[in-house]
Design a binder for this molecule. Structure first.
Ligand code: SF4
Ligand code: FES
Length: 366
């Protein structure tokens, strides 16, 4: 079987982050500073990625701008011929840093916001004054001539302000907006009851997006995916396991998806020890759920098997304890009822968040 190269490399430069979003998708156990790959290793990984056929490099985290060597990493990636996209919360970006990154060859910035209202945004992100810093970062990004995508993670506590979030994207000069519903694995699972939207909220939000897409044609592109907990069929998570994206964790573990470290029974190869090409094509971890041969239950022989690739392995594990199960987001899954039950339970729950606390062991939902 010949294996097409990944389109994108997701380089998680660090797990450090000044914010404490309750829906963080990073693993519950975060890599420490001392475990992070050094500059030279990342630059080698970027060159190997370009040789493998990767076109797009997503510089992510945690908060990637906390790496002091970020301009050098951007420069090396650009020299390797990669399109570079910085995924940032923006609270540590000032005009000088943005200009240095643009000068190093950065192609694009994806900036996240937690809400359209400062008080709510700061509460969700867990940092007073964070929202104002993001607005200043957006201005600096546009002043440096960099294209901007605004990423709004939406949930029960901000979904009603979706029209204001779209207005914010326009006011900040974004050309693209991602309206991204929370995915419930990693730390987000601990906050599911406080975050899951109601069906009525979802329907209203979908109508808002439809109207905005029609009214803002040519000004703002809006990416929007219906959340799994209200879906009948799952999304093709990561475009399919081992098909479109390779992620590399701060400590160098090569992962078929950024959340895959939550899955037990894997020995993920490390880029310190192996080349990217050998990992992508030959590692057991990347091959385990690649294609359709591994599928069981309703996925096996399903006509949609090569469209959604059985959904999300991390969600299947989080909800069923079996990473090889059909994603319960699919109505054909015998566990599909778990999602409706979670939505009903969340509708009765309060709005308090469980934040990550330094030094305190996590106790997310298991
Ligand atoms: Fe997709 Fe599996 Fe559901 Fe078929 S049964 S639609 S392949 S998740
Ligand atoms: Fe890991 Fe979907 S998040 S496969």
């Amino acid at each position: 079987m010949s294996i097409d190269p990944p389109l994108g490399l997701l380089a998680e430069l660090t797990h450090r982050c000044p914010l404490r979003c309750p829906y963080c998708s990073n693993p519950v156990e975060l890599a420490r500073l001392a475990q992070e790959l050094d500059t030279e290793t990342w630059l080698r990984v970027f060159r190997e990625a370009a040789d493998l056929g990767v076109l797009q490099l997503h510089l992510s985290g945690g908060e990637p701008t906390l790496r002091r060597d970020l301009p050098a990493l951007v420069r090396g990636a650009a020299e390797a011929g990669l399109y570079t996209n910085l995924i940032t919360a923006g609270v540590t970006l000032d005009a000088a840093r943005v200009e240095a990154l643009a000068e190093a060859g950065l192609d694009h910035v994806q900036l996240s916001v937690q809400d359209a209202e400062a008080a709510s945004a700061d509460r969700i992100g867990g940092q007073a004054g964070g929202h104002a810093k993001k607005l200043a970062a957006a201005a600096a990004i546009r002043a440096a001539g960099l294209p901007l995508t605004l990423n709004a993670v939406v949930h029960r506590q901000n979904l009603d302000r979706l029209p204001a979030l779209i207005d914010l994207a326009l006011a900040l000069g974004a050309q693209r907006m991602e309206v991204a519903h929370v995915q419930y694995y990693g730390w987000a699972l601990a906050n599911r009851d406080a975050l899951l939207p109601t069906r009525a909220q979802l329907d209203a939000a979908t109508a808002v997006v439809d109207a905005a897409r029609a009214g803002l044609k040519g000004r703002l592109v809006i990416d929007y995916v219906v959340p799994d907990y209200h879906a009948e069929r799952p999304k093709a998570c990561m475009g399919g396991w081992g098909r479109a994206v390779m992620a590399v964790s701060p400590a160098g573990r090569a992962l078929p998806c950024h959340a895959a470290e939550s899955l037990p029974g894997f020995d993920f190869p490390n880029v310190r020890d192996h080349g990217l090409s050998a990992i992508w094509e030959g590692s057991e971890a990347f091959n385990r759920f690649r294609g359709t041969a591994w599928m069981t239950g309703p996925c096996r022989g399903c006509p949609r098997a090569e469209q959604d690739w059985g959904g999300c392995r991390c969600q299947a594990f989080a909800l069923t304890g079996d990473a090889a199960a059909t994603d319960p987001a699919c109505a054909l899954s015998p566990r599909h009822h778990l999602l409706a039950e979670a939505v009903a339970e969340a509708a009765l729950a309060g709005s308090g968040f469980t934040y990550r606390e330094p030094g305190r062991p996590p106790s997310p939902r298991s």
